[in-house]
Design a binder for this molecule. Structure first.
Ligand SMILES: *[C@@H]1O[C@H](CO)[C@@H](O)[C@H](O)[C@H]1NC(C)=O
Ligand SMILES: *[C@@H]1O[C@H](CO)[C@@H](O)[C@H](O)[C@H]1NC(C)=O
Ligand SMILES: *[C@@H]1O[C@H](CO)[C@@H](O)[C@H](O)[C@H]1NC(C)=O
Ligand SMILES: *[C@@H]1O[C@H](CO)[C@@H](O)[C@H](O)[C@H]1NC(C)=O
Ligand SMILES: *[C@@H]1O[C@H](CO)[C@@H](O)[C@H](O)[C@H]1NC(C)=O
Ligand SMILES: *[C@@H]1O[C@H](CO)[C@@H](O)[C@H](O)[C@H]1NC(C)=O
Ligand SMILES: *[C@@H]1O[C@H](CO)[C@@H](O)[C@H](O)[C@H]1NC(C)=O
Ligand SMILES: *[C@@H]1O[C@H](CO)[C@@H](O)[C@H](O)[C@H]1NC(C)=O
Ligand SMILES: *[C@@H]1O[C@H](CO)[C@@H](O)[C@H](O)[C@H]1NC(C)=O
Ligand SMILES: *[C@@H]1O[C@H](CO)[C@@H](O)[C@H](O)[C@H]1NC(C)=O
Ligand SMILES: *[C@@H]1O[C@H](CO)[C@@H](O)[C@H](O)[C@H]1NC(C)=O
Length: 685
């Protein structure tokens, strides 16, 4: 039997192996790099902890190796305080592995297979009296495994359990972690949390993102500073209202959930950042006392089924439930259903600095009645249904810090005529995709009370960026931008735009100019010496404006024009300066693609969509310029070799025809000859 006969040989070989391995292979620690008291042994295909490292190392990194088990007695570094074994195939840590490493404070076991040997591993962890940071992320741990691993880890301050398969947390889950300050539970499958953090009075940062939580109720973790519950299915966020303590909460992230109501925030808190984007938040106060809804529910009650200890009753239309928002600085409500702000809502936020309302259903904005505070720095009401803004002059000058104003994608037809000149810090305005014109000189009305269908931009010294895409602008008066120091002007998507001399007054300051889809032709860019980025795509240009060559452009968009080639002088000049160029969508001539090689061989330029640039050959067939072999073209785009081939082919065909006829005519003879030859061949015997 082969197995039996082999075994003795193997047994004999084994001791030999034992002796040979240390000699023949490099000693394992040679795969490590030593930097002071840190040993870096990452990416080394190691299967065990290397021996022979200096005794006094304090940090040992063994990430991306093939270690499966940490065996007892394999870790003999007494001063070790940080050990990292992320991304191995680690199944277990044997119980006495840390016998000699009692100083260990930080242990990273991320991305391993600890679900296989969690109970042995838990014994090993218990022997670390100073363990402060533990990373157990991505180990396929379920609720019970995690609870077992975390038993008795009373010194732990930082714990990462992200990317496991936890489903439910209760009071036993983190019972012993009395020192815990930061807990990362994102990307699990949690749908229920019940009293899980009552034993962690020091917890300050909690991440619950990317789970399946349906609600967060009876929130009473007064010590928590950052709570991230984004990307769940949360419909209700209700904090306990009967607490006298001030919540320490500063950042609350509830974005990407299913909230219908503004969260019921703590009655007293220091909340500064509130992220609610991508929910269905709306305000319903207009429904209170509405006869139509008199019989519908105005309260919701939530019962704690287990203890009946903390029933929550919420008066749905009660504006007091918004809680304490007096410290709020950032309110992100992008992509919700807000139609209006409840009365006094904005006034409750005297420190508000950024309000992001993009993608809601706002219909009017009365800056006078809302009374935004002077600290407002960014106001983004883009993509709503706004058709007017109301503001008196006093209100506008009070907005002394307003710097970014985004009004794009609304339905504005008229604006207060002094709106922009009255805002002293205004740096960036986006009015794109509204039907707003630029005032001709005689139209400009002074005074803010008057509404005007055109906007006057003159002499707003602070303004640097102006976006007027798709505003249906036809003529820009010559003096429209006088007294401005714009660095960024976007006028794309205004087909048929007549620029007159207007933009020339910005030639010294302008760094970006967007003129895509404006049908401009032959514009003279000579004086734009600061210009770094130019968009002249979709303009049916047959050639590149010659004045571009002398500019110090870095970005140039030439897509979707009618360019057939780029003369080599231009190509060389552009290639040496540009960092990014867009060229797709032009009907280039396949026989004049010298410019392509120039761009291709210049290492400092990024030709966006290089492999998608197409050209047409003599027969109007489209090719990828990258793959087109120009052997069919003559140098300098003159006569093509193709014509010679075309001439040559009939002659070749003629000769081939003749040959075939000759062959057919003489075939019988040659055949007979060869047969004869074969038969006449003398035999060898
Ligand atoms: C671990 O904690 C349990 C109770 O949580 C206790 O009974 C046990 O003695 C502790 N074990 C050690 C080794 O501290
Ligand atoms: C927790 O681990 C995950 C995956 O290993 C990582 O992406 C995340 O940043 C960690 N969390 C913290 C707070 O370091
Ligand atoms: C919340 O967690 C998600 C996922 O890790 C992250 O993208 C987001 O930035 C976090 N929010 C805050 C406010 O840090
Ligand atoms: C909330 O706090 C305010 C003052 O800070 C107090 O007047 C009000 O009664 C409190 N509400 C509740 C429900 O405790
Ligand atoms: C009551 O609600 C209806 C439907 O939303 C609305 O049309 C009506 O104006 C409301 N009435 C009052 C008094 O707010
Ligand atoms: C409210 O309910 C009462 C009793 O069920 C009914 O008589 C009344 O017509 C209802 N009102 C409305 C506005 O539906
Ligand atoms: C909570 O509601 C339940 C069901 O209505 C009730 O039996 C219980 O007494 C209530 N508990 C408190 C504290 O109000
Ligand atoms: C805007 O608000 C002010 C102050 O509350 C008010 O006097 C004015 O009528 C409002 N304007 C409009 C058009 O609602
Ligand atoms: C405007 O911003 C500056 C700097 O951020 C700040 O010091 C100042 O208090 C703000 N002004 C108002 C009226 O809030
Ligand atoms: C203004 O908002 C629109 C739509 O939300 C966005 O696409 C655009 O980039 C914003 N403008 C600026 C200057 O940030
Ligand atoms: C240039 O303008 C066109 C037309 O508005 C636009 O589609 C394109 O994205 C712009 N190019 C760049 C690089 O932003």
């Amino acid at each position: 039997m082969p197995v039996h006969s082999l075994t003795p040989i193997l047994l004999c070989l084994l001791p030999m192996w034992r002796i040979l391995t240390p000699v023949s292979s490099h000693p394992q620690h040679s795969r490590c790099q030593l930097i002071q008291r840190t040993a870096l042994c990452n990416n080394g295909r190691l299967t065990s902890v290397p021996t022979g490292l200096p005794d006094n190392i304090e940090e040992l990194q063994l990430n991306y190796n093939n270690i499966q088990t940490l065996q007892d007695n394999s870790l003999s570094y007494l001063s070790l305080n940080s050990l990292s074994l992320a991304c191995n195939y680690l199944e277990k840590l044997e119980p006495n592995i840390f016998q000699d490493s009692k100083l260990l404070e930080s242990l990273n076991l991320a991305n391993n297979d600890l679900y296989k040997g969690y109970s042995e591993t838990s014994h090993a962890l218990k022997t670390l009296p100073r363990l402060r940071a533990l990373d157990l992320s991505e180990n396929k741990l379920d609720d019970e495994m995690a609870a077992t691993l975390l038993q008795n880890l009373t010194s732990l301050e930082y714990l990462n359990l992200s990317g496991n398969i936890l489903q439910r947390l209760d009071e036993t889950s983190f019972r012993d972690l009395h020192q815990l300050k930061e807990l990362d539970l994102q990307r699990n499958l949690m749908f229920e949390i019940d009293g899980a953090f009552d034993s962690n009075p020091k917890l300050q940062r909690l991440n619950l993102a990317f789970n399946s939580l349906p609600c967060l109720m009876d929130f009473h973790m007064t010590q928590l500073v950052v709570l991230n519950a984004s990307h769940n299915f949360i419909e209700w966020f209700i904090s306990r209202q009967d607490l006298d303590d001030t919540f320490q909460l500063e950042t609350l992230d509830l974005s990407d959930n299913k909230l219908l109501f503004f969260p019921f925030l703590p009655n007293q808190s220091h909340l500064r950042n509130l992220y609610l984007s991508h929910n269905s938040v709306s305000f319903y106060e207009h429904l209170a006392g509405n006869a139509t809804f008199i019989n519908s529910t105005t309260t919701v009650e939530f019962y704690n089924m287990k203890t009946y200890k903390s029933n929550v009753t919420a008066q749905l239309w009660d504006e007091g439930l918004h809680g304490d928002i007096s410290s709020l600085e950032i309110l992100d409500l992008r992509e919700n259903q807000v139609e209006y702000f409840p009365q006094g809502f904005i006034q409750k936020m005297p420190a508000l600095s950024r309000l992001q309302m993009c993608g809601n259903c706002l219909e009017t904005l009365n800056l006078t009645s809302e009374q935004f505070s002077g600290s407002l720095y960014e106001l983004d009401v883009s993509n709503n249904r706004l058709n007017q803004i109301v503001a008196d002059e006093g209100t506008l000058t009070a907005l002394s810090n307003l710097t970014y104003l985004n009004l794009s994608l609304n339905d504005f037809k008229r604006l207060p005529s002094g709106l922009f000149p009255s805002l002293p810090s205004l740096r960036s305005v986006d009015l794109s995709y509204n039907n707003i014109d630029i005032c001709l000189t005689e139209e400009a009305v002074t005074g803010t009370d008057a509404m005007s269908a055109c906007v006057d931009w003159k002499n707003i010294a602070s303004l640097k960026q102006l976006h007027l895409k798709g505003c249906n602008i036809k003529i820009i008066p010559s003096l429209a931008f006088a007294g401005l120091f714009l660095t960024h002007l976007e006028l794309s998507d205004n087909p048929g735009l007549i620029l007159q001399e207007s933009v020339q007054s910005l030639s010294r300051t302008l760094q970006h100019l967007g003129l895509g889809k404006t049908h401009i032709q032959d514009y003279d860019f000579t004086h734009f010496q600061s210009l770094k980025s130019l968009n002249i795509s979709r303009n049916s240009l047959a050639h590149i404006p010659p004045s571009l060559v002398n500019l110090d452009l870095k970005v140039l968009d030439l897509r979707d024009n009618r360019l057939s080639t780029i003369p080599s002088g231009q190509a060389n000049a552009l290639a040496s300066k540009l960092h990014t160029v867009f060229l797709t969508g032009n009907p280039f001539n396949c026989c004049q693609t010298e410019w392509f090689r120039t761009f291709e061989t210049t290492k400092t330029i990024n030709v966006v969509g290089q492999s998608d640039i197409e050209c047409q050959d003599l027969f109007q067939t489209t090719h990828r310029v990258e793959h087109f072999r120009s052997f069919v073209c003559m140098e300098e785009g003159g006569e093509s070799i193709f014509w010679y081939i075309l001439l040559f082919v009939p002659i070749c065909l003629f000769f081939v025809g003749i040959s075939i006829i000759v062959l057919l005519t003489y075939r019988p003879k040659t055949l007979q000859k060869s047969i004869k030859k074969k038969c006449l061949k003398p035999t060898s015997y």
